[in-house]
Design a binder for this molecule. Structure first.
Ligand SMILES: [Zn+2]
Length: 220
């Protein structure tokens, strides 16, 4: 079934909120998509009629199996395109998201397969987010937020948020890319900064930035 770009964006956002184990509500969607609550309400009705979501009082909005399939397909497009733009065309990692937001809706299945083939069936995008395969399966890693790590620990950056180009440039300047090992030196109390070592260099970053980085344990 051909769906509008707006429907696809809703399904993707619902998936993203669900995957943070948060309740999907009119207000969380309104905030995420930056649209008025009234528009969200009417869209949720439309999505329920198409059996893409269920909406029950107190449980919020949930993707049905067909809604989930669409969301994962769009996410696959988005992440493949991001990686393709970076690897094949050299587009910097802070600029690929914006482009992929448009491409994700228009990519044909044929082009999707070709990009996947060209990139050697990649499993993560330039920001470390997992790329679902054709069947919607992806490698989910047991990650946690950088601000939850104890001082002294060595961790590997798993994923950084792709939404803010300025933040990505800031991370890039310190070499805070996915798959990079970092050692946490200290975390100051009272919302103070986190000091860490990246490739032998020491940096301090604020918690407001650090919360956009998720990490996994470094293999000892
Ligand atoms: Zn992105």
């Amino acid at each position: 079934m051909a769906l509008s770009q707006s429907i696809e964006d809703y399904l993707k956002s619902i998936y993203e909120i669900e995957s943070k184990h948060e309740n999907v509500t009119t207000s969380s969607l309104s905030e995420k998509l930056n649209v008025a609550p009234a528009s969200v309400t009417s869209m949720i009705k439309k999505l329920s009629e198409k059996k893409l979501v269920t909406h029950k009082k107190y449980q919020g909005v949930k993707l049905t199996n067909s809604g989930l399939k669409v969301a994962l397909e769009i996410i696959r497009h988005h992440r493949l395109v991001e990686l393709y733009l970076k690897e094949a065309l050299g587009v910097p990692w802070d600029q690929v998201h914006e482009e992929a937001e448009k491409w994700e809706h228009v990519l044909s299945e044929d082009l999707e397969d070709r990009i996947d083939e060209y990139l050697g069936h990649p499993t993560s995008d330039p920001h470390g987010s997992p790329i679902p395969d054709r069947n919607g399966n992806m490698i989910e890693r047991d990650s946690r937020n950088l601000i939850e790590v104890s001082p002294g620990a060595k961790v590997i950056i798993a994923e950084v948020s792709d939404h803010n180009p300025e933040l990505l440039r800031y991370f890039g300047k310190m070499g805070l890319y996915p798959e990079t090992e970092v050692k946490i030196i200290s975390i100051e109390p009272f919302q103070g900064p986190i000091t860490l070592v990246v490739k032998g260099e020491e940096y301090s970053i604020g918690r407001e930035a650090a919360k956009y980085i998720s990490v996994v344990e470094a293999d000892a």
